[in-house]
Design a protein around this ligand. Structure first.
Ligand code: F6R
Length: 367
């Protein structure tokens, strides 16, 4: 059932071209130039008139939510806040009938997310669910929603569910922007064509980065700390990269927006600190170049995730992982792949139980 792969996690990493395509199927109709999503269409007025969208989730789903904030604010121009469900539910949040809540959960059973949804509904908010498990508790309790069609995710560390969540959030942001007039037709058409190409680019990066990530992993099995840095859309990618490494390899890792480095974490940098930098061409590239210079001046070990053919960052980095170029807003989907592979192989070389890391459960039904 692992399809010839050693672990479910690796199988699920490699399933992503298909799971992303499955999530888009019937929704992204490039030739017709439309995005079809019944859940959004049926409540378009309510969602587009929202004074604010609040995204609630936990863990990896919360990271997807952060990228959702960038997407929705950029394309639909609706203010978005992203909250940990566990914080939201206990802080007497200001939430009411003019707000729309988007709850994201792979399992659809996370206790904190469920409680946050119930609270938001009590206060009159409209709640939209993004779940992977069909007919799960969260899918049933929400007012409307869209399923990610990633298929069953068995590995405890979330991989294909995350990229499917990003796919849905991209579709929602583009659809809302198109209908509320914030996204012009030409831009909409070019973005959906780019989104349509993502499964192919994910396949490409799987092929091109697999051995590379494995080789780099071998050299960092004894690391005790890692930093992950990214900017803009890839700041949440850095958080997710760090979480993946922590949970399966038990190596301490932190993700930061690259510009925050100088406000503290830079003090940690020396020749023993590996730093993963996500540096696609589109998205504050020049700023990232300066961040890499600052790290190299302190002898940090740089593992750079860059676009194919990159020279500037690549020439300074100790290790380079290439990925195909895409729009900045979709780059977290592509960048997720090499980060998943890197964590996976570091954990495998450390002899860790990748599919069932200690202390973790696939679905967190207690708070
Ligand atoms: C990380 C991971 C967890 C979950 C979190 C939320 O790899 O799997 O952080 O993302 O427990 O779970 P769901 O999405 O099922 O609500």
């Amino acid at each position: 059932e692992k399809g010839g792969y050693e672990h479910f996690m690796l199988k699920e990493i490699f399933e992503q071209p298909k799971s992303i395509l499955d999530t888009m199927r019937g929704r992204l109709l490039v030739n017709e130039g439309i995005i079809k999503m019944a859940g959004i269409w049926d409540h378009l007025e309510r969602i587009n008139k929202a004074e604010r969208i609040v995204i609630i989730a936990c863990g990896t789903s919360w990271h997807a939510g952060l990228i959702g904030e960038y997407l929705i604010e950029e394309f639909a121009r609706i203010p978005v806040e992203v909250e940990y469900a566990s914080e939201f539910r206990y802080r007497n949040p200001i939430i009411g009938p003019k707000d729309v809540v988007i709850a994201i959960s792979q399992s659809g059973e996370t206790a904190d997310t469920m409680a946050a949804i119930k609270l938001a509904k009590e206060k009159g908010a409209f709640v939209y669910g993004i779940c992977n498990v069909v007919d799960s508790s969260i899918a049933r309790v929400t007012d409307a929603g869209s399923y990610t069609h990633a298929g069953p995710e068995i590995g405890v560390a979330s991989t294909k569910a995350f990229t499917a969540q990003l796919t849905i959030l991209s579709l929602i942001a583009l659809k809302l922007g198109k209908h509320n007039g914030n996204l012009g037709n030409a831009e909409f058409m070019s973005l959906i064509a780019e989104l349509d190409a993502i499964p192919t680019k994910v396949e490409e990066v799987l092929q091109s980065s697999h051995e590379v990530a494995k080789n780099i992993a071998k050299q960092y099995v004894d690391a005790t700390n890692f930093l992950y840095l990214g900017r803009g859309y890839n700041f949440p990618s850095a958080l997710e990269g760090a979480l993946k490494l922590k949970e399966i390899s038990y190596i301490h890792a932190e993700g930061y927006p690259a510009a925050e480095m100088k406000h503290g974490p830079i003090a940690l940098i020396d020749e023993n600190m590996p730093i993963v930098i996500i540096a696609p061409k589109q998205g504050h590239y020049d700023k990232i170049v300066s961040n890499v210079q600052e790290i190299k001046a302190r002898k940090g070990q740089v593992i750079a995730v860059v676009n194919k053919g990159d020279v500037q960052v690549a020439s300074m980095a100790d290790h380079v992982i290439e990925m195909p170029e895409t729009s900045e807003c979709f780059s977290p989907i592509v960048a997720a792949i090499p980060l998943q592979l890197l964590s996976y192989y570091i954990a495998v070389y450390r002899g860790a139980n990748v599919d069932q890391p200690r202390n973790l459960a696939k679905s967190v039904t207690v708070e």
